[in-house]
Design a protein around this ligand. Structure first.
Ligand code: DQA
Length: 151
């Protein structure tokens, strides 16, 4: 049995991966991201449940329900990264080890993307490596969990 159950959350518009701005986000689909995460989780002795939503409240409902079932959260908050205090507060309240990931390098794009309201409540952030941001983020999260929530 997997040692850790991890919740993977994808924010708005990530359901469009593969056809959304491929020059920025690549040609990989969200299904393939989730499959790759499942395989990586298996290697790490973990298991994931992945959920995508375009709705802030739906993501918050999932986060609120997560603390009893999951050992940690891996999240790409997408555009909510930059302004959703509600999402950040839900993540803070969950109190679970958290890693934030982005496909693109948010610091090399428009100025509004350089600020994340989520990062202060995350153990760490990985961005700019496409699908590898998720895979590296999952590995980092498992290590944080194994270390009892410490880095
Ligand atoms: C993103 C970066 C965000 O700025 C953007 O709103 C997204 C995707 C990324 O994965 O690179 O939707 O989170």
């Amino acid at each position: 049995m997997a040692a850790y159950k991890i919740m993977v959350l994808h924010g708005p518009n990530l359901n469009l991966l593969g056809r959304r701005e491929p020059e920025v986000y690549g040609s990989i689909t969200l299904d393939r991201v989730n499959k790759a995460l499942e395989e990586k989780a298996d290697e790490l002795g973990a298991a994931i449940d992945a959920f995508q939503s375009n709705h802030e409240g739906e993501l918050i409902d999932r986060i609120q329900a997560a603390s009893t079932t999951y050992a940690g959260i891996l999240i790409n908050p997408a555009a909510f990264t930059h302004y959703s205090y509600a999402l950040r507060e839900a993540l803070a309240a969950a109190g679970l080890p958290l890693v934030e990931v982005h496909l693109s390098n948010i610091f090399a794009r428009e100025a509004f993307r350089s600020h994340s309201v989520v990062s202060p409540v995350a153990a760490g952030v990985i961005c700019g490596f496409g699908i590898n941001s998720y895979l590296l983020g999952l590995e980092a999260l498992v290590r944080v969990i194994a270390a009892g929530g410490k880095r």
